[in-house]
Design a protein around this ligand. Structure first.
Ligand code: TEU
Ligand code: CA
Length: 530
């Protein structure tokens, strides 16, 4: 069956470790994913973004790769992977995989050999006699010592940065991309792709986080590499595409990476909307302000050539807990966020479990957290003298484990019959796929209805975006295509609000006009002018 192209598709992210376990070892795996392909098809998924399944010591749950052309035994075999690609294709579902080329695992044979100063692999990585003052995304210094040398790692010390100035490394990357594209995948989600090129290793300007950023953020050398990978690899495969994960980019920098005439990436995940409820960095969360959030989303809709629209992923807290209300208005706010996610201009991305309104973890013990970033930050906070209550707050509000609890398939759990690698959420009793499938008014069935609407609508797939109204809690925007128009009204609060103005048209979703022009808490309405 034909797969939708990336501009018309609805894309679903699978974090394989937490999706579905087929052999009860407590870890999600590829046969587990295959067993859920019909579920994904019925949801309306066109393309799956599969987070890393390659061989890895799992210091960063697979984002530390030690063999790019392999499958980690926890996830299955290469045959399983080929089977997944084919079974998905038989259902008209494409697959993109994670391309992690900023760094490898320190257990990759390249790095092991590079520790020898005379090895031809020495300058596959970035070695110096002494460190500069750069700091890591995961807190602490960005350099670690081996013998009498230091190597750069922008992430964990077990994720040494590759040297993308080395043409041999570029050739290795091309081979990796060809290897997977030849197996029939549709492309790549490119991990931290705008920090891969370090123009200089000079000391950076002192920053609270990411000292050194100005030497590697969105550099010209990065653009040159992306143009080369596009020309020498991606363009050889029809319908193949790339979506870049691009930290700290503004709309101008996003466009430089995705404008068709630049021939680099097809789209990028920006973070600016994800940074509206924090002070300086993700660990210092502030109270969510819908207006600040939506102002950023409107700006990206108006200024960026084509958006990759997402509200959560394996690194971010759950959107219903963060931007909605996972207590009193759980269903209403999850549905309102679904309307936002699926009516914006650009390709919508849904993260596993978002379609049933899975919530943050709310772990009550430190031992429950598994994420390397969270553990590093907790220890750094302890070293800095943060009181225990504050250290816990950092984790409860911002740990990536909030997004990594296994998918709740039924009220008993349904993910595994073994001991899950990460503690499941007790709210699985009432937030789970099976109950959602049975309840026609569920969040899951609302997603199905919305995805069907989106895929049948040229206005939503191709139409222009126009902001109409932005207030403290109520937001109105239009999607326009030829003479057709959809007006989307969102109440992003617990309060009841009046409609900001009369809107003529036919309600195609929501309860417009049946409540004498009132918007109920977390009400979302779509009105058509046809
Ligand atoms: O994340 C990039 C990154 O900067 C993350 O630290 C993210 O911005 C932050 O956690 C937001 O809360 C990518 C992958 O998505 C992440 O899972 C990896 O840990 C990281 O790169 C290193 O590969
Ligand atoms: Ca398993």
């Amino acid at each position: 069956m034909k797969v939708a192209n990336w501009k018309d598709a609805v894309i679903y992210q699978i974090y394989p470790r937490s999706f579905k376990d087929s052999n009860d070892d407590g870890i999600g795996d590829i046969p587990g994913i295959i067993s859920k392909l019909d579920y994904l098809k019925s949801l309306g998924v066109d393309i799956i973004w599969l987070s890393p399944v390659y061989d890895s010591p799992n210091d960063d749950n697979g984002y530390d790769i030690c063999d790019y052309q392999s499958i980690h035994k926890d996830f299955g075999t290469m045959e399983d992977m080929e089977n997944l690609i084919n079974e998905a294709k038989n259902r008209g579902i494409g697959i993109i995989m994670d391309l992690v080329i900023n760094h490898t695992s320190d257990e990759h044979p390249w790095f092991i050999q590079s520790k020898d100063k005379t090895s031809p692999y020495r300058d596959y990585y970035i070695w110096q006699d002494k460190p500069n003052n750069w700091t890591s995304f995961f807190g602490g210094k960005a350099w670690s010592k081996v013998d009498d040398s230091y190597y750069l790692h922008l992430f964990s010390k077990k994720q040494p940065d590759l040297n993308l100035k080395n043409l041999k490394v570029i050739e290795e990357i091309k081979n990796i991309m060809h290897f997977w594209l030849k197996k029939g995948i549709m492309g790549f989600r490119c991990d931290v792709i705008n920090v891969i090129y370090k123009t200089s290793l000079a000391n950076g300007k002192k920053r609270l986080v990411l000292t050194g950023l100005e030497h590697y953020h969105s550099q010209k050398g990065c653009h040159d590499i992306l143009k080369e990978l596009r020309k020498d690899v991606m363009d050889l495969y029809p319908n193949a595409f790339t979506v870049g994960e691009t930290v700290l980019v503004n709309t101008k920098q996003a466009n430089e990476l995705i404008l068709p005439e630049n021939k680099e990436l097809n789209m990028v995940f920006g973070f600016q909307h994800m940074e509206t409820d924090q002070i300086n960095n993700k660990w210092f969360k502030t109270k969510f302000k819908p207006k600040k959030f939506m102002k950023t989303i409107f700006k990206w809709q108006e200024e960026v050539f084509w958006n990759a629209n997402y509200l959560e992923n394996h690194d971010q807290p759950r959107s219903v807990s963060r931007f909605g209300d996972d207590k009193k208005y759980h269903s209403e706010s999850a549905k309102m966020l679904a309307v936002l996610n699926l009516t914006l201009k650009g390709t919508p991305y849904i993260y596993e479990g978002q379609e049933i309104g899975m919530t943050n973890a709310y772990f009550d013990s430190l031992e429950d957290y598994q994420d390397v970033e969270s553990k590093n930050i907790y220890q750094l906070a302890k070293k800095l003298g943060f009181p225990k209550w504050l250290r816990y707050r950092l984790l409860r509000t911002a740990s990536r484990d909030n997004a990594r609890q296994p998918v709740q398939w039924d009220a008993t759990f349904g993910f595994t019959k073994g001991m899950s690698w990460l503690k499941e959420n007790p709210n699985k009793r009432y937030i789970n796929v099976l109950d959602n499938l049975k309840n026609e008014d569920s969040i899951l069935n609302f997603y199905k209805e919305l995805i069907k609407l989106r895929k049948s609508s040229d206005i939503l797939k191709k139409g222009d975006f126009k902001r109409v109204y932005l207030s403290k809690h109520v937001f109105v925007y239009e999607r326009l295509f030829e003479a057709k128009k959809l007006t989307i009204i969102l109440n992003m609060s617990k309060k009841i609000h009046r409609y900001p103005f009369e809107i003529d048209g036919k309600k195609i979703l929501g309860n417009y006009k049946e409540e004498n022009n009132k918007l109920r808490p977390y009400e979302a309405v779509i009105i058509s002018n046809e």
